[in-house]
Write a protein of this length. Sequence first.
Length: 202
Amino acid sequence: MMDWIATEADLLQLYGVPSDAARLKVTPHLTPSYRAHIDRSRFCVLTTVGPGGTDGSPRGDEGPVVAVLDARTLALPDWKGNERIDSLRNIVADGRVSLLFLVAGSNTAMRVNGTARLTADEVLRQRFARGDLLPRTVIVIQIAEVYSQCARALIRSALWTAGAQTEGLPTVGDMLREATEGAFDGASYDAGWAERAKGSMW
């Protein structure tokens, strides 16, 4: 039978005391160094919580994945997706969010915790315009705390140096076929994906 850790006191018995660096790195706003990493990041994971549970959503862009409005505020455009809007539903219900920013090649990840609201404000949407295309909404995040993440996870995983790990992986079509017990035509889905993506990236 599994022996579960059920109290904070039990947990603390198993772990040491955080180092000075681990404690002192947390700030309630972007420092110039923290901003430099976030400005360079093209990819983040947005984590939300709502009545139905939690959601983790990958977000990416050709340039910075978020815009820094000021030292305590970020703006994340909501570009074309799968229309499930799980993250957006959660934000409307419960504004607590976390973001994890990665920069390709760097073993430093940036973490932001805070609260978010949604807006369809035309001026803010125009800030992210790609020709005639605009995000339908923008997620505006008020920073409660920001800090760099220990590099060990990225070093251990060799994420940027191990090369592609995709050989033999199932495709999304394979996953859909299995999830529907063969009812979904996964092969056709995979065959048409590249063309569909061309016209629907933003």
